[in-house]
Ligand binder design. Structure first.
Ligand SMILES: Nc1nc2c(ncn2[C@@H]2O[C@H](COP(=O)(O)OP(=O)(O)O)[C@@H](O)[C@H]2O)c(=O)[nH]1
Ligand SMILES: [Mg+2]
Length: 446
């Protein structure tokens, strides 16, 4: 279903292929094309706006890996943003502590509620549960019959109601009683739908919610209806508080807008997608897999992931080389602090080196994110001469540096002390026996 979007995005990446590096200009052009591609795929305009902003910030920020080509960089970023928009991680069904768990299946008429109820029952029974289905669509006798037919096809039980039970609430209560008596742990309640949202239906669903205290209220949306599906999801959520979405007919030629918008607009996760009319055509929703499918370039993505790992490796090697050099200036200290953000505390990195183990001199050099930022800010306020030679940093220079970096003289003093300790440590490592030993080893642990 994402064919069109995939094609357009790939064209964007192709256009970037000739570029030597990412610049504000070629990035703006790419962003414009991505924006059009998303809007044409019927993605909600607010989602598009946030998506583009996210890509722009990452592309022009520090996070870019220079080992990748501009096209690869943008693919990586677009992939990450797609995953974010789709919901970051797969969202599982929740179950009541005290069974039976009740799940209400709601949505407009024709969206696929009854079919999805059957699919979900089948999926649950294959995943260690014993569901009981019930239809509370009392307005169309054919609707209840439809669920009974499905139940027979998949070989799972349906509650068809006792004498005199002809209201939704009575049927639902009856089904729950039956589930308790027969030891069924999930009750799936297939509700009535309307062509449009109407007051009467909402009141009925609210009453069912009050009566049954369902653990899940799953909104079934037809992907083919695009932004209309998003709008009704939003409305149902406002009135009823849905807990998740089943997006059906993803096997059709819908443009994908609903899938990319529902999460952002309702704040509720996509939990399943329907990908066909058969009862096994229901899949748990995995944002990362769908994002990769949209980009349609599995090989490229795994290549990019590998490059990312290699760059981390290279940074670690540079750090190691620096550690072995005895000329360790404040500038080096600053750069190292920045790298540490990615690598973890200095002592834990060094303790990974064979023969080093925990170093107590380094205890004070242990850093957290805020400290790193402060260190970098302080050193950035120094002149080049000061960075190259810490000995010249006297009292008045310290005051100036503190002012310039928005810190205090004490903090500057503390930094210089930390630096002196780190420097001493580096020297002893690279000068003494340890240095020689490190020099000969190649360090896979780093
Ligand atoms: N292709 C396809 N058709 C589906 C899917 N889910 C439901 N349908 C079809 O959509 C139509 C309406 O489904 P139904 O469950 O009766 O909708 P309800 O009115 O919400 O209960 C039926 O013809 C189903 O076969 C799906 O994931 N893919
Ligand atoms: Mg139905």
């Amino acid at each position: 279903m994402f064919d069109n979007l995939s094609e357009k995005l790939q064209r964007v990446f192709k256009n970037l292929r000739g570029e030597g590096k990412l610049t504000a200009e070629n990035m703006e052009q790419a962003l414009k094309e991505i924006r059009v591609a998303l809007l044409e795929a019927d993605v909600h305009f607010r989602v598009v706006k946030q998506f583009i902003e996210g890509v722009r910030q990452k592309a022009l920020g520090e996070e870019v890996l220079t080992a990748l080509s501009p096209a690869q960089q943008v693919i990586k970023i677009v992939h990450e943003e797609l995953i974010r928009v789709l919901g970051s991680h797969a969202s599982r069904l929740r179950f009541a502590n005290d069974p039976p768990t009740v799940m209400l299946i709601v949505g407009l008429q024709g969206s696929g509620k009854t079919t999805s109820t059957g699919k979900l029952a089948r999926w649950l029974s294959r995943n260690g549960h014993s569901p009981l289905m019930v239809s509370v669509d009392v307005y169309r006798p054919a609707a209840r019959k439809q669920l009974s037919v499905i139940a027979r096809q998949i070989g799972l039980p349906v509650y068809e109601g006792a004498e005199g039970e002809d209201k939704p609430s009575e049927l639902a209560r009856g089904a729950r009683r039956e589930a308790v008596q027969t030891g069924r742990d999930v009750v799936l309640v297939d509700t009535a739908g309307r062509l449009h949202i109407d007051e009467e239906l909402m009141v009925e669903l609210q009453e069912l919610k009050k009566l049954l205290a369902p653990t899940e209220i799953l909104f079934v949306a037809d992907a083919m209806t695009g932004q209309d599906a998003v709008k009704s999801a939003e409305e149902f959520h406002k009135r009823l508080g849905i807990t998740g979405v089943i997006l059906t007919k993803m096997d059709g030629d819908a443009r994908g807008g609903a899938a990319l918008s529902i999460r952002h607009v309702t704040g509720q996760p996509l939990k399943f997608v329907g990908v066909g009319e058969k009862f096994d055509a229901l899949e748990p929703f995995h944002p990362d897999r769908v994002a990769s499918r949209i980009l349609g370039m599995g090989d490229m993505l795994s290549f990019i992931e590998k490059v990312g790992q290699a760059v981390e490796q290279k940074k670690a090697e540079e750090l190691q080389r620096q550690i072995l050099e005895d000329d360790f200036t404040l500038q080096d200290f600053r750069d190292q602090m920045k790298q540490l953000r990615k690598l973890g505390p200095l002592d834990s990195i060094l303790s990974m080196l064979p023969g080093v183990g925990p170093l107590k001199q380094l205890k004070d050099v242990k850093v957290n994110e805020d400290q790193i930022k402060r260190v970098v800010a302080i050193i950035d306020s120094m002149t080049i001469q000061e960075r190259a030679n810490h000995m010249i940093i006297n009292g008045s220079r310290r005051r100036r540096i503190a002012r310039g970096s928005g810190t205090t003289v004490q903090e500057v003093n503390q930094l210089l002390k930390q630096y002196a300790q780190a420097r001493k440590m580096m020297k002893s490592l690279s000068g003494g026996l340890m240095g020689k030993r490190l020099g000969r080893l190649n360090l896979p642990g780093l």
